[in-house]
Design a binder for this molecule. Structure first.
Ligand SMILES: Cc1ncc(C[n+]2csc(CCOP(=O)(O)OP(=O)(O)O)c2C)c(N)n1
Ligand SMILES: [Mg+2]
Length: 192
């Protein structure tokens, strides 16, 4: 499946939720579907979108947080799975798009192209719900189920190593950062 199609299928579930993505192709694909102040595209800090999502999920337990990760990014920070599993926030959904490639920097193959199984690593790390969803419909159903389950879930979706034609986003990092921070503050205030 194309990741752009997968994102389109789940966009209605993402729209109102706190979303943290890795940098590069997937950030642009989500941005092109419609930017929201509750979306943050984590540039530079490769591998740490799930760590940031964990911190937000723990500090705003009334809101659901969705992390959009990549195979290369997750492989760089595998310890995040054991940390997520240790704290198990029920309001966190971790989606990993596995294109077996460092697509955003030219398409070098990652270890998932030679057999590393990220869903298996997530299970062995203690993530309570781990789902593999390889079609847009299956992903949409898994996302809906995961959000309803109130249980920490990692969904791994194999996607083609195809990205957007342009990586241009008319949204500087700092603008996104301040906009997102203000939105989180509003969300927290709504629960006080
Ligand atoms: C510490 C660090 N190393 C390398 C990079 C360069 N870099 C940016 S995106 C990326 C690839 C990310 O791969 P993946 O998570 O699989 O996402 P994809 O590009 O395939 O969507 C790399 C290597 C970086 N930004 N930071
Ligand atoms: Mg990748």
């Amino acid at each position: 499946m194309l990741r752009a199609d997968a994102l389109e299928a789940i966009y209605p579930e993402l729209k109102e939720r706190i979303v943290v993505t890795i940098m590069g192709a997937v950030a642009v694909e989500l941005y092109m579907l419609g930017h929201r102040a509750n979306f943050f595209y984590l540039e530079h800090a490769m591998g740490l979108a799930s760590s940031m999502g964990l911190g937000i999920a723990l500090s705003i337990p009334q809101e659901q947080v969705v992390v959009i990760d990549g195979d290369g990014s997750l492989l760089m920070n595998l310890g995040t799975l054991s940390t997520l599993a240790r704290y198990k926030p029920g309001n966190l959904l971790h989606i990993v798009f596995d294109n077996e490639s460092l697509l955003s920097v030219g398409g070098f193959p990652t270890a998932t192209s030679t057999g590393t199984d990220l869903a298996g690593i997530a299970r062995a790390s203690g993530i309570p719900r781990v789902i593999v969803a390889n079609t847009p419909d299956a992903l949409k159903a898994s996302v809906t189920e995961a959000l309803a389950s109130q249980t920490l879930t990692t969904i791994v979706s194999k996607v083609e190593a195809i990205g957007p034609k342009t990586f241009h986003m008319d949204l500087p990092l700092l603008e996104n950062r301040f906009q997102f921070k203000r939105r989180l503050q509003e969300m927290r205030a709504n629960h006080q």
